[in-house]
Design a protein around this ligand. Sequence first.
Ligand code: PHE
Length: 501
Amino acid sequence: MKLPKTQVAVLEAASADEPEDIDELAAQLSEKPETVTGAAFALEAEGLLSVTESADTDVSLTEEGRRYAQGGLPEVRLYQAALEARADEHPVSMGEVLGAANLDGEAVDIALSNFARKGYGEIDSGELTADSEAAPVEDVEAQALQAVAGGEPIDEAVRDSLESRNLVETTERTKRAVTLTDAGVTELMAGVEATERVDRLTPEHLSSGDWTDVSFADYNVEADADAPTPGKRHILRQAAKRVKEVLVGMGFDEMEGPHVDADFWINDCLFMPQDHPARTHWDRFALESPSKIDELPEDLVERVERAHREGVGENGDGYHSPWNREFAAELALRGHTTSLSARYLSGEQAGELEPPQRFFSVEKAYRNDTLDATHLLEFFQIEGWVMGEDLTVRDLMGTFTEFYSHFGITDLRFKPTYNPYTEPSFELFGRHPKTDELIEIGNSGIFRPEMLDPLGVEGDVMAWGLALERLLMLITGFEDIRDVHGTLADLEFLRGVEVEY
Ligand code: PHE
């Protein structure tokens, strides 16, 4: 029988009595494991070999693990230093032993907690005693670290404890072994010869006519292959793009404008009193240099100031709060993209706008929030507004119902709330697909005349700010914003995200 060269080699190296590990065969034959695996599958298809699979765990040292494998586990070093300081005879000051063991920073906590856990001694009010009976030479973790460093297998229990200390990393993989079948033995005895097998057709094969003699390798579409992790658009950017497409489809135009803006545009134009708590340094990222905007439209400044001080309309409705121009000129990272809406509504950005109008943006906003599963220092806000005649809350609800339905989200809840610049106002909630909890996904309302009058807007304006990250949570079911943003990002999740096309 004639077979390709590697298949002949694999067949000859395999045994009928004992499974041969494919990785070892590959090393023996100086071939790549995937080449040998391919040959083994081909032989299996011919009935000459059987391939068995088992799950295997590869264990390797982390950076920290490598350091300890070389320099010793912190708790062992602490114990040795303690013995040298005679802490087995009397308590010794902890600082002294730590210094002698050359431990500092994070290693101190690690050393102390494991020292106590492993019963190397006791620590009491800053003093340390060592148990002379303890035997760190036999420390199973230390021995296992050495074993991993030397490429030897280790016991599952120690592996778990080293893994929980982040000293080793494990990866699961499939291990394969081959055994000769009876048919394989028979063929081998009858004699197998190697043919020229090629994996691609070349111009030379054609011109020489060799293509009629060579045998072509089959594609093994089930062979293991490295999972490619090519660069691709981040899932949040993908979602931003989809949101833009949906809003454009709903007849909206896109707004653009600065990330750093004057408080005037971020807050004053929205009828946010200057002494409002959200305007303190606690919540905003102020700019130090430059700290003020160069120019503001003076007539608009005047109208806004009057609205803040004296109110708007016949009865002078409003907060009648103090107002300072310098304060309004201060620059900060925008805390919401409603600053863009203020610029557009005032006519400053795109000229005077007559109703009907629809505008949106999907841009970053920045807040000095406490980081948690649903808050970051920056997020993408889906800002939008509609200018028209006689708009009501039903129009706003209908717009949201339509918008979210494009993402398969149909269970929306609305809750009345308060914003200085809208009346009525409501928050939006959606149900998390995994936890089933209602999470806040946006805030909205109808802009008050006290805001619109000074901006020179005639007609009604309904508006909103929705969080893109929260929308994405509802779509994909991830539970922590930090999975998609920043240093704690879940790379597996990000890599697994579908590629757009
Ligand atoms: N600016 C609000 C926020 O950041 C969102 C909003 C925009 C609310 C427009 C009402 C109207 O939460």
